[in-house]
Design a protein around this ligand. Structure first.
Ligand code: NIG
Ligand code: FE
Length: 401
């Protein structure tokens, strides 16, 4: 992070672990960072075509929302009302609602309509400094509809100044036409859906939902093996509602990330640390489900597990279009420090996408994706619930807001 200009009253110790540069300057050429350092160290005679002069604002890498299901149709407010009345997420899922009600809505929706609905949400996220967004499929659950979701996800990056990263989440839930046969559905994912998605170049990674109400570790393992055969990295919704050994499974497969991880145990955390698998924390879903067990943050620290923070933007467990709110929750509900939260939406989120060579830090050669904040200290970026202190957003060297 860097602070531009003098800021009387700013605490010099704030966020020391983030590599803060005071009175800094950033230069970009062709969309990449060409200089990042103290203004005083700018090479003599440096001239820029366009200059933004700042006065005390803070510059962070553009934020990365590394886990979303942003492409969906309709909403599930009625199910939320059922949950408020006492029904559990699992009860609703077993009765054919939950993910499957979004599957019905997505199958009935056109690409154009899905795009329009997703763009409304994307605009909210971008207005808070998001410059990279991951978007999953998983509400199609047959080849044509999974391809449809991924095409729409990719197209969001053409419609807006944002970097789009996609994940194929075929193993999200069992569709009704599978008639209860989970193994046969997994076989279809491995032999039909995944090869079609890979051939179309529509997925950057493969995800799954390892849970009692979804798929077993053995079933997920088959999907991961098929992904590896196609050269695609993997990640996993792991240990969200119960401890199913998902985090350890993800780590064993060298997954980029294990996500949710509320119920991950020490062995799972140790395996993640050894494998370099990032823990993606999703406090919006934790909050919405009124979950009681927070992820084992202290254990993750002990085993050197990087922690990312994301919205999980989806119609069921996290109807949330504010990364700043997710960041606030990660601090207040999960006990992350301000430094950890900021790393969680930049450096660690980039690692969770396998993109830390490209984005997520203010280093020469990285994409010049920036968020510029009108704040006196970094904690103010996400301190006030409902307040957005974004001053400007830069994507690939261009000011976009
Ligand atoms: O990240 N855990 C599974 N998938 C989503 C929920 C999707 C939904 O309820 O529609 C999640 O929480
Ligand atoms: Fe999710």
């Amino acid at each position: 992070m860097t602070q531009a200009g003098a800021q009387p009253g700013a605490d010099p110790a704030a966020c020391a672990g983030l590599g803060v540069i005071r009175d800094g300057a950033i230069g970009s050429i062709d969309g990449r960072i060409a200089f990042a350092g103290r203004r005083a160290d700018l090479p003599a005679g440096t001239a820029a075509r366009d200059t933004i002069r700042l006065d005390g604002q803070w510059i962070t890498p553009g934020f990365i929302d590394c886990h979303t299901h942003i492409v969906y149709a309709g909403n599930r407010a009625a199910e939320w009302e059922m949950r408020l009345g006492g029904a559990s997420y699992q009860d609703i899922a077993r009765a054919g609602g939950g993910i499957l009600s979004s599957v019905q809505a997505v199958r009935a929706a056109s690409e154009e309509s899905l795009r329009e609905q997703a763009l409304v949400r994307l605009d909210r996220l971008m207005a808070e400094g998001v410059t990279t967004l991951e978007a999953k499929s998983g509400y199609g659950l047959d080849t044509a509809n999974e391809l449809k979701l991924l095409r729409v996800a990719r197209s969001l990056g053409d419609e807006r100044a944002v970097r789009l990263v996609t994940s194929f989440l075929g193993a999200h839930a069992l569709p009704p036409e599978a008639a209860g046969d989970r193994d046969a559905f997994i076989a279809r994912i491995c032999t039909e859906m995944l090869p079609a998605v890979a051939a179309a170049g529509l997925a950057d990674a493969v995800d799954g939902f390892c849970e009692g109400i979804a798929f077993s570790p053995e079933q997920i393992e088959r999907v991961f093996n098929a992904a590896r055969a196609l050269g695609l990295p993997v990640k996993l919704h792991a240990d969200q509602l119960t401890n199913g050994g998902g985090a350890a499974l993800a780590a064993r497969h060298g997954a980029l990330s294990a996500d949710h991880v509320e119920y991950t145990d020490e062995a799972g955390a140790a395996a993640m640390g050894a494998a370099g698998t990032v823990a993606v924390l999703l406090p919006g879903a934790f909050y919405m489900l009124r979950e009681r067990q927070a992820p084992p943050v202290e254990t993750f620290r002990r085993y050197g597990v990087g922690m990312a923070v994301s919205t999980d933007c989806n119609p069921g467990t996290a109807p949330l279009v504010s990364l700043l709110l997710a960041m606030h929750m990660a601090a207040t509900l999960f006990g992350l420090t301000v430094d950890e939260v900021l790393k969680g939406v930049t450096f660690e989120a980039a690692r969770a996408l396998g993109l830390s060579d490209t984005i997520g830090s203010l280093e020469v050669g990285r994409a010049c994706d920036l968020a510029i904040w009108s704040v006196g200290r970094p904690a103010e970026i996400f301190h006030i619930l409902g307040h957005n202190p974004l001053f400007a957003r830069v994507f690939a060297g261009n000011v976009t807001a």
